[in-house]
Design a binder for this molecule. Structure first.
Ligand code: DX5
Ligand code: ZN
Length: 216
């Protein structure tokens, strides 16, 4: 279970990270948007570095929605990212970007937009640590889960199982306790949730995380 900070209170980000870590977060999902690849603007390596000490042993799961990608990779690793995912449409050389992430010691993920075919994994799955299936179009929190993505999650799960490798299958967008069961049944092993975790207020973070985990 990976809470997305996109729905956290940005005026108190360190406290928010500590609160979701105390509530049982497995990863801290950190959404980076550039007003170019996606029509929204969020935060960069400086903020990642600032929250890193607040996350303790919990890895920072950086989701890059930026174009180009490569120049930011060493900066985010330096800032404490444990995992870095990017969108294939945003990199001229997808395999090279994957190698770049891994050469800096982070786990590498490829993020698939709703309309991106799973065939993009054909020649790179053996080099990935993570596939991030987007179940909304990237750019904003609080959007509705696209039900057609359940079939896509199943297709990615089959490919991962056929590879014989331990590649994580993360699903991001519109995840809540009411659909987590179907998403996990389709083959997801890592769920991102922003609004479903943060909208109830700090007193409810553990209950929200537990509810998603119990349904999955
Ligand atoms: C969307 C982001 C997601 C988003 C999820 O572009 O990548 O991580 O924060 O938010 P919810 O869970 O509210 O859909
Ligand atoms: Zn994300």
């Amino acid at each position: 279970m990976a809470p997305s900070l996109l729905s956290a209170n940005f005026a108190r980000l360190g406290d928010e990270v500590e609160a979701v870590v105390a509530a049982g977060a497995d990863l801290i999902h950190f959404d980076v948007m550039d007003n170019h690849y996606v029509p929204n603007l969020t935060v960069g390596p400086l903020v990642c570095e600032a929250i890193r000490p607040h996350a303790g042993a919990v890895p920072i799961d950086v989701h890059l929605m930026v174009r180009p990608v490569d120049a930011l990779v060493p900066m985010f690793v330096q800032a404490g990212a444990g995992l870095i995912s990017f969108h294939p449409e945003a990199s001229e050389h997808v395999h090279r970007t994957i190698q770049l992430i891994r050469s800096h010691g982070a786990k590498a993920g490829l993020a698939l937009n709703p309309a991106t075919p799973v065939q993009v994994l054909d020649h790179v799955l053996d080099d990935l640590d993570l596939v991030l299936v987007m179940s909304v179009n990237p750019g904003f929190g609080g959007q509705a889960f696209i039900d057609g993505m359940l079939r896509k999650i199943e297709a990615v799960r089959r490919r991962i199982d056929a590879s014989g490798r331990d590649v994580w299958l993360e699903v991001d967008g519109g995840v809540k306790a009411s659909n987590a069961g179907r998403i996990a049944a389709a083959g997801a092993d890592t769920l991102v949730a922003g609004s479903a975790v943060f909208s109830g207020g700090a007193g409810q973070y553990r209950a929200a995380i537990d509810a998603i985990r119990a349904s999955a």
